[in-house]
Ligand binder design. Structure first.
Ligand code: HEM
Length: 653
């Protein structure tokens, strides 16, 4: 039986996937002809089928690349075999994306295919000017590039960037379909994006293990499987949380669970429970058994993988049908207020101090980032304590407080209002760029990770190896220079607000997410170079750190004052067109934002300056103590030498 696995595995996945898709389309009515616009049965059934193939081949590519990055040893044949498999899967993904893009065009074009000039022109302008067409183009070009790179590149570090590129190939999908609708757009994009990416890592990782059945040496299945199991557990949590968050937006109340859309979601919940069970059995019994027996011959294991692939196929088939099924909550525009037309969400009630606590706008991405960061940090501290090592509670408290503030800024009142008020946006910016990094950096997460994550000994790279690679990289060498970090931090203030970046980050959820990452990263780097205790390739002398800090302080103040005194409205067609019946007018609110940039920016900078002074004083006293200990040990030979040198100078004629 093991001989057939390489063919039978994918065959089971695709067959069960296709059958589940047909069942899901029948149940949900996703392929039913609509009286108004019927593109024909070929398109109605062809599109979700092509989408299913797109999802599965994208998963096989991304999952394999994730395993190449985190599980495989680049000196063994498993590595090259995996990249060949990823290249093949990416080629299928490219073709599936071409078909999905073309069938999507036909589903909106609703004219017969004629292949004449006019048809070509319309298709061309659709692909280049219509967001749906542009998304199809991007989702085709990226897998095509990934195909070539998987064939041509073998460098392990480069694989990380190719994986990121492949993941980007899934983002257009997260922006289309029901997520393109206006209802809860931001949460829809975040949740679907996370959902399809981690479903891909999970499914693709399993597909890779089947594809590499022969290339994996007998003693390798155990370690590779246990690393897949860790990725799968992580994906299980993210897929379930993001799936439920996305389903909640479409279903709303429990009564809608019995609608066709609701029933398909229930089927997916059943599927993920089944996959969870598979995962638990794998972790509890199979990995230990295979690692101890050191053989891949056991037929039982492969039957197990078969069954798991079948459930994956079922979930993928239902998923592709779900994307074509009418949602119980309409996704179209429901009111025409200026705020709703601009943001896709209703204007929140008038902002009052209490509303900063009572109003919430959750973002599943940051909820999960904060939850995982807190979990892994505390797990690291616990592991240190268990082996008798100390870790200051101050560090833990500071880091956890930083995470709590990050959770609030990305999910609480600030997140609920920042789209409508420039002042609240600036509050978010200053907190992300200054306050949170000043709390996170003293927590020394890199040191904790490097001290607690087990070292890999088989040539593969785990989180620890990737962290050390990043910390010792050329980029880190440049970015760890306080001057560079300060320019990156303060300079990006001006670049961000006086370039199209601000509009992108305000109007587009992907742009908004990038903005949060950028503010956090630039602030963290700046604080890390000044007061961080984590390893860095370069440490500037304390006087220089203070000078840079004061210069940045001035730069920040100048930026704040410019806004406070400015009369030109930034993004006037956004903040000025919101139609808010409450609060200050847009320009006054912008000037308040300037005041916040100036004031809030200064407080953490002052704290940093005090930090640097304390560390400076401490390092001096440490140096003095060390010199004293040395003097005590060697009878102060240094002073002796110095005095004898002075004596020689004095005695010189
Ligand atoms: C708790 C279990 C799950 C829930 C509640 C869930 C829910 C959802 C929802 C609501 C969507 C969006 C459909 C739409 O556009 O309206 C979706 C899409 C998707 N789900 Fe899940 N899902 C779950 C588990 C899974 C699993 C286990 C997989 C595969 C391993 C999966 C793969 C996908 C894929 C690939 C899509 C994108 C479909 C497309 O747009 O073509 N999901 N899921």
């Amino acid at each position: 039986m093991p001989r057939l696995v390489k063919i039978a595995g994918p065959a089971v996945l695709l067959t069960v996937g296709f059958i589940s898709l047909l069942v899901g389309l029948a149940l949900g009515g996703g392929a039913a002809a609509s009286p108004l616009a019927d593109p024909g049965a070929v398109v109605r059934y062809g599109l979700p089928t092509a989408q299913l193939l797109f999802n599965i081949s994208a998963a096989a590519t991304i999952g394999t690349l994730a395993m190449v990055c985190f599980a495989l040893d680049d000196s063994r044949k498993e590595y090259a075999a995996a990249l060949d498999f990823a290249a093949g899967a990416a080629a299928v993904w490219t073709v599936a994306s071409l078909f999905t893009g073309f069938l999507t065009f036909l589903s909106v074009y609703l004219q017969p295919v004629t292949f004449d000039d006019r048809f070509g022109q319309i298709l061309g302008s659709y692909l280049t000017t219509v967001p749906l067409g542009q998304a199809s183009l991007v989702s085709t070009v990226i897998p095509a590039v990934v195909t070539v790179l998987c064939f041509a590149v073998r460098n392990h570090t480069a694989m990380f960037f190719i994986t990121v590129l492949a993941v980007a190939g899934l983002i257009p999908l997260a922006l289309q379909g029901h997520a393109a609708g206006s209802a809860g757009h931001d949460m829809a994009v975040s949740s679907l994006g996370l959902h399809v990416v981690f479903a891909a890592i999970w499914l693709g990782g399993l597909a890779m293990i089947v594809a590499l059945k022969r290339e994996l040496e007998p003693d390798r299945l155990g370690p590779v499987l246990s690393r897949f199991s860790t990725l799968a557990l992580f994906s299980f949590v993210v897929v379930a949380a993001s799936g439920i968050a996305n389903a909640q937006l479409r279903i709303g109340t429990l009564n809608n669970l019995l609608t066709p859309y609701g029933l398909l979601v229930i089927l997916k919940v059943v599927a993920i429970c089944g996959l969870g069970l598979f995962g638990a059995i794998q972790r509890k019994y199979l990995i230990a058994k295979i690692s101890s027996s050191g053989t891949t011959r056991s037929g039982h294991f492969w039957w197990f993988v078969f069954a798991e692939l079948a459930v994956m196929g079922f979930a993928s088939g239902i998923a592709a049908a779900l994307a074509r099924t009418r949602t119980p909550i309409p996704q179209e525009l429901v009111t025409t207020t200026p705020a709703y037309i601009l943001t896709g969400e209703p204007l929140p009630p008038e902002l009052t101090p209490i509303r900063f606590i009572t109003e919430w706008k959750f973002d599943i991405l940051w909820m999960l980032i904060v939850a995982f960061a807190a979990f892994f940090y505390l797990a690291g501290v616990r592991r240190l304590h268990k082996r008798g090592d100390r870790w200051s509670w101050l560090k833990t408290t500071s880091f956890m407080t930083g995470l709590a503030v990050l959770f609030y800024v990305t999910n609480g009142g600030v997140n609920a209002y920042e789209k409508y008020l420039f002042s609240v946006h600036m509050l978010a910016h200053m907190t992300l760029g200054m306050i949170i990094p000043v709390l996170l950096a003293p927590g020394a997460p890199i040191t904790l990770a490097v001290r607690t994550i087990k070292k890999r000994t088989d040539g593969s790279r785990g989180i620890r190896e990737w962290i050390l690679l990043a910390v010792h990289s050329g980029v880190a060498k440049v970015m760890s220079r306080p001057v560079v970090a300060a320019i990156f931090f303060a300079g990006s203030l001006w670049v961000f607000y006086y370039s199209p970046l601000f509009r992108w980050a305000t109007q587009d959820h992907i742009g908004h997410t990038f903005m949060i990452f950028h503010f956090l990263l630039s602030g963290y780097l700046f604080v890390q170079t000044l007061v961080g205790t984590d390893p860095l390739p370069y440490r500037a002398p304390y006087p220089m750190r203070l000078v840079i800090l004061l210069a940045t302080l001035a730069f920040h103040a100048f930026f704040g004052v410019t806004l406070m005194t400015g009369t030109g409205l930034l993004l006037a067609d956004w903040y000025g067109a919101m139609g808010r019946p409450w609060g200050a007018d847009a320009i006054t609110d912008q000037q308040t934002g300037g005041g916040i940039a100036w004031s809030i920016g200064e407080i953490p900078t002052l704290a940093l300056a005090i930090f640097v002074l304390i560390m400076w004083a401490r390092s001096d006293s440490k140096l003095a103590r060390r010199l004293d200990r040395k003097a005590a040990r060697d009878g102060d030979s240094e002073l002796e030498e110095y005095n004898s040198m002075l004596a020689k100078l004095q005695n010189r004629p």
